[in-house]
Design a protein around this ligand. Structure first.
Ligand code: HEC
Ligand code: HEC
Length: 365
């Protein structure tokens, strides 16, 4: 017979072994759960955030390394479009500050007034999206292009199915969101995370103004800067540090707006002709200009502001008070200086940043 204390010892040992196994088990599974995506802090200079202008990250879609990597791949993913020919980057090209040099990115117009593609940068700072301000978050914004007729014209179930068939996506969604059963919501969340990393605050103007580098701007550009912030009144709306003011404004492009802008969406008379103030950062490369791409050059834009503003347009904005007063006038030399300053807002680091380019193209090189 086995002595009693050996039985006791044996039972204890067995119990300990089981307990140990349990804790091991818990530790590994707990580890797996905790190995969530790696938080990523957006990188931007301290001066780029103040009380009126700061990045806004939704609490339910924090920026992570894995989410941004996935969003970047999706941004360049042609499988998102109906015929596999188009990605977001087809109309949002990095060398053009993520806008499109074509006036209208697509020939199909669905009956609506055609609009030109928008440059994408510092989007975490924006309060609303699209020319008529119809989307209130980047997440909501991204739902639209995939299904819009003028754009990628795809059905979400089909798009999701195509992604599932491509190698690597399931693992990437797992890493970014902890699920391989991803849907359209995960796609737009990842896209929004990547879009928030499109940050541009490193132009010659920034080095001059914020970096105190007095050699960063030429005398011509400095004269243009004085006009921009002074008697040309551009900074009344395109204001520091993002060069936009989170407003939806009728600047008087036409007496009778052909595209009613925000008014076409809301049906309200007092919204007719109002469009989102776009940033003018990197505007040197983001032609053509305005919601309908009517101006091909910055010279034409400046000539418009000096000669052709329609004061009789409905809802002519109060921010255009200097035009109402009739005090905005620049001679030809001043106009050239102002254009030179606008071109000093070009951030070549941003336009060439390899971390924002097509990840597949990088792999092939
Ligand atoms: C066929 C061209 C085309 C494609 C493809 C396209 N876009 Fe756009 N994008 C546009 C146009 C045109 C606008 C302006 C539309 C409007 O205001 O009605 C726009 C506007 C935007 C804006 C608003 C920017 C702002 O400052 O308000 C964002 C963000 C954006 N697109 C992201 C995307 C993403 C993400 C994708 C891919 C899922 C995408 N786009 C695909 C043409 C395109
Ligand atoms: C009252 C506000 C306001 C003022 C002042 C103003 N802008 Fe604008 N700007 C806007 C709005 C709004 C748009 C878009 C209008 C549209 O497309 O219908 C715009 C568009 C632009 C664009 C086109 C950007 C693009 O991506 O298409 C440029 C460039 C520009 N403005 C430069 C200037 C300059 C230079 C001045 C000074 C001479 C100036 N703005 C004064 C509000 C303003």
């Amino acid at each position: 017979m086995v002595p009693k204390r050996y039985v006791l010892f044996g039972t204890l040992a067995a119990l300990l072994a089981v307990l140990h196994a349990c804790t091991m088990d818990r530790a590994t599974s707990k580890g797996a759960i905790n190995l969530g995506p790696t938080p990523l802090k957006l990188s931007y200079p301290a001066w780029a955030a103040d009380s009126a202008h700061k990045p806004d990250i939704p609490y339910d879609n924090p920026t992570t390394v894995e989410g941004v990597a996935l969003g970047r791949r999706l941004f360049y993913e042609k499988a998102l479009s109906h015929d596999g020919s188009m990605s977001c980057a087809s109309c949002h090209i990095q060398a053009h500050a993520f806008s499109d040099p074509r006036r209208f990115s697509s020939d199909v117009h669905d009956g609506g007034a055609p609009r030109t593609s928008m440059a994408l940068m510092n989007l975490a700072w924006s309060h609303f999206f699209f020319w008529d301000a119809r989307a209130h978050s980047l997440e909501l914004q991204a739902f639209e292009p995939v299904t819009a007729h003028q754009e990628m014209f795809n059905a979400w179930p089909e798009a999701i199915q195509r992604l599932k068939e491509r190698p690597g996506y399931e693992a990437q969604f797992q890493a970014a969101f902890g699920t391989m059963l991803f849907d359209s919501l995960h796609v737009v969340y990842a896209l929004a995370q990547f879009e928030r990393t499109l940050i541009s605050f490193d132009s010659p103007f920034d080095r001059f103004h914020y970096g105190c580098d007095s050699t960063a701007l030429t005398p011509t550009e400095q004269r243009g800067m004085a006009l921009y912030f002074g008697k040309a009144h551009c900074a009344d709306c395109h204001e520091l540090p993002v060069f936009q003011d989170h407003a939806v404004i009728n600047i008087g492009l036409d007496s009778i707006p052909t595209d009613k802008g925000m008014g076409a969406r809301t049906g309200k008379a007092w919204h007719v002709g109002r469009f989102k103030t776009p940033t003018v950062r990197n505007c040197e490369v983001s032609a053509p200009y305005m919601h309908d791409g009517r101006f091909a050059t910055l010279e034409e834009v400046v000539d418009f502001y000096m000669d052709d503003v329609h004061l009789n347009t409905p809802n002519f904005d109060d921010h255009m008070f200097a035009w109402k007063l009739g005090v905005v006038e620049l001679d030809q030399a001043e106009r050239a200086d102002l254009v030179a300053f606008l071109k000093a807002l070009t951030d070549t680091t941003f336009l060439n940043d390899p971390s924002l380019s097509d990840p597949n193209a990088v792999g092939h090189h």
